[in-house]
Write a protein that binds this ligand. Structure first.
Ligand code: ADP
Length: 556
């Protein structure tokens, strides 16, 4: 195959450039030192040799080694240079003739068989021209001279042929090797790109339990920049089964026959532990290897597991919480029916109706909580509307006033005078404040529950203070978690799902707001909520400025 885009090999080109200069200088020295002239001396040919040998050939060779377009010209000119040399400065039977082998070789390296033939024919034509141009030099033994000349030509061509075969053979093998190495490298690159694009850690382990390769994800998984390659896998990868027994990957490396998948694997210990789906596959044994080793993929299923267990907890807690009011409602209705069948219509009947109605309210609250959580977690947006703060809190007060009164609690609202109307999610805001107020009344035996609210600097600030049982410091970190209920027996007394404050946090965060608590055991708690709102119309700052003592008390 001829590759015309290739440039001349530097080594070869510079050698030929040096050779042409050597011939030209040699010619010059011979002509200058001796008075004798070569047999067919020609002045024009002499200058051509000087010019070509010292300038044109070296320049063309240098250019040909850099730019492929000068390659052919360099080869042709070198042939012309040698032809001139052989024709005008030597005999038909000349020791220079075998030098032509180099030319044939040179042409065939770059132009294959075509170059070989062209250069060989050039040599033969050269000999023919010699015979035609200088027949007198063959006299008197022309047949002998011609015979020897032909022999030298044949030897020269054969020589070149031999060298050409040797080089071509070697080159073919090298090329094959080079191609197969390049293909292997390409495959290795592809494989490592695939492995590195996988988000799960992937390790290959040899039959002795040593790590042979690791992908990029494994470094972040094992939280290290170190390479594990060449080290014992069991020393790095601490995997445990559900019952706490250690899983040794090196044992799989030696005896696994098929792909194995285990979902009961734990990586690490304590709070940091991760649930893993472990996949181990056998690598086919290569020739001469005892075993091919294994590929290990560690897929982190902690989130899935947590979600699953959250779902289980959700179902178990909610079904338990639902069962209490439902049982009470069932028995309440049973009692009402019984009393009615007995014709009883006094206060006993009223009590059952009241109790049952309370249980229905509690049931409806639980269902409402669950529905809010599920809607918000699924990203359903409730939309925004114009909100009147006074109206919103008045509704809340009306709803819980009776409950507070029954417990003899003072339940007051301190709302900023003429609060500006604003745009926000009314449903979310009322759910946030209601859950906090409901808790405050629930967990306060004596004293008061006070709600303060104002709009300041584009934020709704609301605080709910009670004089109730308070929340221990350790609980304060956890009360906003899903389903969290304090272990405090006084809180355990009350029914609840542990979803109330989770909803508060969820909704406040959804509205880009914040919520925090300040509480002391047996003294009471204050919850602070701050939510950015959009005012319906900008109010001049004087008008918007409420009584300053109230404002300060609301700052979260
Ligand atoms: P629930 O009230 O349904 O148990 P919440 O998420 O509303 O769930 O509250 C979580 C826990 O926080 C409660 O179980 C209770 O122990 C504690 N808690 C919340 N509000 C108060 C409060 N005002 N005073 C004392 N403890 C509170």
């Amino acid at each position: 195959m001829i590759d015309d885009t290739r440039t001349l090999s530097k080594g070869l080109a510079y050698t030929l450039a040096a050779l042409s200069m050597f011939f030209a200088i040699g010619e010059f020295i011979l002509l200058t030192l001796s008075n004798e002239r070569p047999p067919h001396y020609n002045e024009f040919a002499t200058y051509f040799i000087y010019l070509s040998g010292l300038l044109v050939v070296p320049v063309l060779m240098v250019l040909g080694a850099r730019m492929s377009k000068f390659k052919l010209l360099a080869i042709l000119w070198f042939h012309l240079f040698m032809s001139t040399l052989l024709l005008w400065f030597s005999e038909i039977v000349s020791p220079f003739t075998p030098t032509w082998s180099l030319l044939i070789l040179f042409a065939s390296i770059y132009y294959g068989w075509k170059g070989f033939i062209a250069s060989s024919v050039n040599l033969i034509i050269n000999t023919g021209i010699y015979i035609v141009l200088f027949p007198e030099s063959l006299v008197p033994e022309a047949p002998i001279y011609i015979g020897i000349a032909i022999m030298i030509n044949v030897i020269t061509i054969l020589n070149a042929y031999l060298f050409f075969r040797i080089i071509k053979n070697g080159k073919d093998k090298n090329v094959e090797l080079w191609i197969s190495r390049a293909a292997e490298k390409q495959r290795a690159n592809q494989l490592s790109a695939v492995l590195n694009s996988i988000h799960d850690p992937v390790l290959t382990i040899d039959s002795d339990g040593m790590i042979v390769s690791q992908n990029a994800a494994s470094q972040s998984f094992f939280e290290t920049n170190e390479s594990y390659v060449g080290r014992r896998v069991d020393a790095f990868v601490s995997l445990y089964s559900k019952d706490g027994g250690q899983i040794l990957l090196s044992e799989y490396a030696d005896n696994i026959t098929n792909t194995l998948i285990r979902d009961d694997v734990v990586y690490g210990q304590g709070d940091e532990r991760l649930y893993i789906s472990l996949q181990v596959s056998r690598i086919e044994r290569a020739v001469g290897e005892k075993s091919g080793g294994i590929v290990v993929v560690l897929h982190d299923i902690t989130k899935q597991r947590t979600l699953d267990s959250e779902k289980d907890a959700f179902i178990s807690v909610t079904s338990h919480e639902l069962r209490t009011p439902i049982t009470a409602i069932e028995s309440g209705i049973g009692n009402i029916k019984l009393l009615r069948s007995q014709g009883v219509a006094d206060e006993r009947l009223d009590k059952f109706v009241d109790d049952t109605s309370k249980q229905v309210t509690s049931l409806s609250q639980i269902v409402k909580d669950i529905s809010i959580v599920s809607r918000v977690e699924q990203g359903v947006d409730e939309g925004v509307e114009e909100v009147d703060l006074r109206h919103l809190l008045q509704e809340l007060h009306d709803k819980y006033a009776d409950q507070a009164k029954q417990k003899s609690l003072s339940f007051t609202m301190q709302i900023q005078d003429n609060p500006p109307a604003f745009i926000s999610s009314r449903l979310y805001l009322s759910a946030v404040i209601e859950n906090i107020v409901k808790n405050a009344i629930e967990y306060t035996k004596v004293g008061s529950v006070t709600v303060k609210a104002s709009i300041e600097n584009g934020h709704l600030l609301c605080s709910v203070s009670d004089t109730g049982i308070g929340i221990s410091e350790s609980d304060q970190d956890k009360i906003f978690e899903k389903f969290y209920r304090s272990e405090d027996y006084r809180a355990r007394d009350k029914s609840g799902t542990g979803l109330g404050l989770y909803i508060v946090k969820l909704l406040a965060t959804k509205m880009n707001g914040t919520v925090r608590v300040d509480s002391h055991l047996n003294k009471g708690s204050t919850f602070y909520v701050s939510v950015p709102v959009t005012l319906v119309k900008e109010v001049p700052s004087e008008e918007a400025d409420p009584a300053s003592d109230q404002k300060d008390s609301l700052k979260p």
